[in-house]
Design a protein around this ligand. Structure first.
Ligand code: DQA
Length: 151
């Protein structure tokens, strides 16, 4: 099983950015942890981060024949990128949206995701653990041979 793990804008600044919200571990730390956990779970992951909407869409398009699932933290694009939503819908690959912070406990504009309705599920507020749980969910889905739910 191969998963694409996508990160949107400003997530490259983890560890520097609003530490009280996102913690003090860096994006590099996150990538190392993800690869370690992927190995443990016995799946392959490819990680990509961009601050540009079009690059995220290009990545989804270019990997569409290679991956069995997508895990995405779209950053602020969560709240307004119809283009990323359409890309996920277009490729028809099961996707889990993950947020480090609990977006529902924050400003009201973060309570709405335009991406979540085209996702298999959403995890919010569990920090780095959210990505591990998303990988576990895909692995379990594979083991149980459950249909990859897309919307
Ligand atoms: C975030 C939440 C978004 O509202 C915010 O714009 C981010 C990070 C999170 O992981 O908690 O950049 O996606």
């Amino acid at each position: 099983m191969k998963l694409l793990v996508l990160f949107g804008p400003n997530l490259n600044l983890l560890g520097e950015r609003e530490k009280e919200v996102y913690g003090s571990s860096s994006f590099e730390d996150l990538k190392v942890m993800l690869q370690k956990e992927a190995k443990r779970i016995d799946i392959e992951i490819e990680v990509f981060q961009s601050n540009h909407e079009g690059e995220i869409i290009d990545c989804i398009h270019s990997k569409r024949k290679e991956v069995d699932g997508i895990i995405i933290n779209p950053g602020a694009y969560t709240h307004y990128s119809i283009a990323i939503r359409d890309a996920i819908k277009a490729v028809n690959i099961p996707t889990i949206e993950v947020h480090l912070s609990n977006v529902y406990a924050r400003e009201e504009f973060r309570h709405h995701s335009v991406i979540a309705p085209v996702c298999w599920g959403q995890i919010s507020g569990l920090g780095f653990l959210g990505f591990v749980l998303a990988m576990e969910a895909f692995a379990l889905k594979g083991e149980r041979n459950e249909p990859g739910k897309t919307c």
